[in-house]
Design a protein around this ligand. Structure first.
Ligand code: FES
Ligand SMILES: [Fe+2]
Length: 381
């Protein structure tokens, strides 16, 4: 696709064409089936970082909507993604969220064996089968893009814009961070929220709720610019850190320490946080000290797996480590607040005869998203 057509959508356009989705769009299981196909399986999904699988044979297993994809590092150091399904009779091959295979992926059912590059290597009792074309019986490859170390898979092939292309000009912000050399901090944190995934995505994409919904965050930040949205669905906001010292000790500690990681980013990115919404389920919060990823994986029409994972530079000073720890504590609180706010909305959306109000200019990314849902999911209109 051509990135020349790929421009920031003016806020006014986002708002004038955007009426909110009606409540049934958040409550109808039939719509979820269509959304999983259109917005999730045929779109890029974050699956991990290249540094999560540093050695030959290391793998990650990404699961979504009955699909499982393995990302594995081959003997040539290349990472490839495959359907985690045996070509013989469909057994799942590798279990767990991550692991290691030495040389061969062997099916635990009848023992078909695959090379780390997916090629079929061996079949027990080969001569009991009709003639087998081994070259065409390797593991099915899945679309994979490595954007500065972040690995994205596309479970069903579709003509989507590439991951990096989707960022338009704001890829220049992303490049300011040393993502390639980031390593995972701790384990990902999974939570179940009792919400339709769109409630959580709406919430992630607007800053209008910060002053009331997140008093702590509001003390730390100056008023952010309204989010900008690209025609690809990527949206972003820049949050300047407040210079006014918070009276809450944890927040004040963050403010005291913030400067210790600033050398990691160019001058223009200091003293601010940068947030990207990657359509339609990955929030990326860039801080000078680390990257916080917020990922939505729909489970049912009113249950969503919310995964938080953190990446940052490997070698850090003690002060930087403390800064990260304080950041994670503050953002865990924000996440808890968001969970409560979103679950209240999901309950409200089930009220009989509820009819939604208008969206403000500060909710333009939500308006744009709702229009994308109506355009692509006929039942949501
Ligand atoms: S299902 Fe894998 S070897 Fe039979
Ligand atoms: Fe929030």
């Amino acid at each position: 696709m051509n990135t020349a057509n790929h421009k920031v959508i003016p806020l006014a356009d986002c708002t004038t064409h955007g009426k909110p989705l009606q409540p049934h769009a958040y409550n109808d299981p039939a719509l979820l089936e269509q959304e999983l196909d259109v917005f999730f399986l045929k779109n890029w999904q974050f699956a991990g970082h290249a540094n999560d699988i540093p050695n030959v044979g290391d793998y990650l297993n990404f699961e979504m909507a009955n699909n499982s994809v393995i990302l594995i590092r081959g003997e040539d150091q290349q990472i490839r993604a495959f359907q985690n399904v045996c070509r013989h009779r469909a057994s799942r091959l590798l279990e767990g969220e991550s692991g290691h295979c030495s040389k061969v992926i062997q099916c635990p059912y009848h023992g078909w064996a695959y090379n780390l590059d997916g090629g079929l290597r061996g079949v027990p009792s080969m001569d009991s089968f009709p003639p087998l074309d081994k070259a065409s019986m390797g593991l099915r490859e899945v679309g994979l893009e490595n954007m500065h170390g972040l690995l994205f898979v596309k479970i069903i092939n579709s003509p989507r814009l590439g991951v990096a292309e989707s960022f338009g000009d704001c890829i220049n912000y992303v490049r300011a961070y040393d993502l390639e050399n980031y390593h995972q901090i701790g384990d990902p944190v999974d939570e179940i929220w009792n919400v339709n995934w769109k409630v959580a995505w709406d919430n992630y994409q607007e800053n209008y709720h910060i002053p009331i919904g997140h008093p702590g965050l509001n003390r730390l930040l100056d008023v952010p610019e309204d989010e900008q949205t690209y025609s690809s669905g990527v949206s972003y906001s820049v949050f300047p850190l407040s210079k006014q010292r918070s009276s809450v000790p944890l927040e004040a500690r963050y403010q005291e320490l913030a400067h210790v990681a600033e050398h990691r980013v160019p001058e223009k990115f200091r003293g601010q946080w940068f947030q990207v919404g990657f359509p339609h389920n990955l929030g990326m919060d860039f801080y000078p000290e680390m990257l916080d990823l917020f990922q939505l994986i729909p489970l049912t029409v009113d249950k969503t797996l919310v995964r938080a994972s953190f990446y940052g530079p490997k070698e850090c000073s003690a002060a930087e480590l403390e800064l990260r720890k304080v950041n994670i504590e503050i953002n865990t609180q924000v996440n808890d607040e968001d969970k409560t706010l979103c679950e209240r909305v999901q309950k409200g959306l089930q009220q009989s005869n509820y009819s939604p109000g208008p969206l403000s200019l500060h909710e333009s990314a939500v308006a744009f998203f709702h229009q994308a849902v109506r355009d692509r999911i006929p039942g949501a209109r």
